[in-house]
Design a binder for this molecule. Structure first.
Ligand code: AMP
Length: 443
């Protein structure tokens, strides 16, 4: 591990890092910081959770603080990000890293009132973190000029392309000074990302921190074959059975996010959803509550979850298999962060098998399909059943319970003849259907 003091960072930055409790630079920081400080273009493959934000934010703060101070503080560094959450998070981190410097940072994203953003820009902003759509609005309404831009960052560039922001990027990039430093961060170096780098970077230094699919190697992954209609029951069974907390459940659509959260709430699980139809205020509030453990389960769409700064989730569940295999890698990258072992469970209905094949191909791993522990097979995935190694049961099932046919109550009973102890936590009341709101914070 590299010491921050060896990276040629200035005193005010080192002071901020120390006050944040960062002891050593992460691998992406150790490699990216010295390169970015040279002023060269850099492209980095690193996922959220690797410390990539500080990897570009620290050297940018240092470079700007060493440049001549310009009157009115025109925007000199622009950081483009795909989502509001990431924009807010990056903006917050930069303010923390730059707390002992006289540089101003602002954040601009859609879905919220533009006026405070316009006001901030009027007062002068050195570093602007923005989502592409809102940035274009601000540029078109002439609330902002990028004519003094010196450094451009495309953060989570792969996600920006996935979300269809290429046209917006082209538009923004066609109108900024040619002489600038370009930094590109992406979870993976796909063909499209290489093309983007080719279009907008000059002889970039390439930094590959970890293999794009490294999470796939460290996270314990299970694929449970299930029928679509059994998914809610199995999901609540898994969460309750293991008494999981801080579970991130991924679904493909906003509607499904609400529906699954409601179904879990009906089962007495503290669950809520996050997706792009919810107001920014509500999304931020939910996230804070989830991090404070007021919710056990957060059901999220891929877009809403991207860039969320949640450390070390014990369990990620793919309620739906993602359409794009890359999303699987992003999803399971939310668990097992910072060296802790993670767990990812995917519920796969028979129609989703082709999606599993795509994931297997991408991560180059077989990903065994195994029965839901202690749950009779309700899937009809006959051909998958053969290679499956059944997990050693942690609770023995009675013969009676085993012989039960799939039906009204497929849960097996434990050795004491009772249903497995997947009930509510001590003191947790079953919520009435439709009830909403987080549980009181636990001590
Ligand atoms: P990022 O990958 O930039 O989203 O960072 C993930 C998390 O790691 C954030 O909560 C950062 O505050 C934290 N972090 C970044 N760098 C370090 C470091 N060197 N030591 C400890 N935590 C860090």
């Amino acid at each position: 591990m590299t010491d921050f003091s060896t990276l040629n960072l200035s005193e005010p930055l080192l002071k901020a890092i120390t006050s944040l409790g960062y002891k050593k630079a992460s691998p992406v920081q150790a490699k990216a910081i010295p390169m970015v400080l040279t002023g060269r273009d850099v492209m980095v493959s690193a996922q959220t959770g690797t410390g990539k934000t500080a990897g570009y934010a620290l050297p940018i703060l240092q470079r700007l603080s060493e440049m001549k101070v310009l009157k009115n503080h025109p925007v000199r560094a622009l950081i483009l990000v795909p989502t509001r959450e990431l924009a807010a998070q990056v903006g917050e981190n930069i303010s923390l890293y730059g707390q002992h410097l006289a540089l101003k940072t602002a954040v601009a994203y859609g879905g919220v009132d533009m006026d405070p953003q316009i006001k901030a820009l009027k007062n002068g902003v050195d570093i602007l973190v923005a989502t592409p759509g809102r940035l274009i609005d601000l540029l078109e309404k002439e609330h902002l000029s990028l004519s003094h831009l010196k450094i451009l960052v495309l953060d989570e560039a792969d996600r920006m392309l996935d979300l269809g922001f290429k046209r917006e990027l082209d538009k923004i990039l066609s109108d900024i000074p040619d002489k600038r430093q370009n930094l590109l961060f992406s979870a993976t170096f796909t063909k499209d990302i290489k093309q983007l780098a080719h279009e907008y970077q000059r002889h970039p230094v390439k930094i590959e921190i970890e293999s794009p699919n490294s999470a796939a190697n460290t996270v314990k992954q299970s694929v449970y074959p299930v029928d679509q209609q059994s998914k809610p029951e199995i999901l609540s069974y898994i969460i309750k059975g293991e008494k999981w907390e801080q579970v991130l459940v991924f679904v493909r659509t906003k509607k499904a996010a609400d529906k699954v959260a409601d179904l879990l709430s009906d089962e007495g699980i503290c669950a809520t959803s996050i997706h792009s139809d919810k107001s920014q205020y509500l999304r931020s509030k939910t996230l804070i509550e989830f991090q404070a453990r007021a919710w056990d389960v957060l059901v999220a769409t891929d877009v809403a979850a991207r860039g969320l700064d949640i450390n070390q989730l014990p369990l990620v569940v793919n309620y739906d298999l993602p359409k794009m295999p890359e999303d699987y890698v992003h999803r399971i990258g939310r668990t097992g962060r910072a060296g802790s072992p993670g767990r990812a469970i995917s519920l796969m209905n028979p129609e989703e098998k082709p999606l599993l094949e795509k994931i297997r191909k991408l991560i180059n791993k077989s990903l065994d399909v195994e029965p839901v522990p202690y749950f009779d097979n309700v899937s009809g995935h006959k051909e998958e059943a053969e290679p499956v190694k059944k997990e050693k049961p942690r609770r023995s099932a009675t013969p009676d319970a085993r012989s039960k046919k799939p039906g009204s109550d497929r849960r097996r009973t434990s050795s004491n003849g009772q249903k497995p102890a997947f009930g509510r936590k001590p003191g947790q009341q079953r919520k009435p259907a439709g009830a909403s709101g987080p549980r009181q914070r636990r001590k």
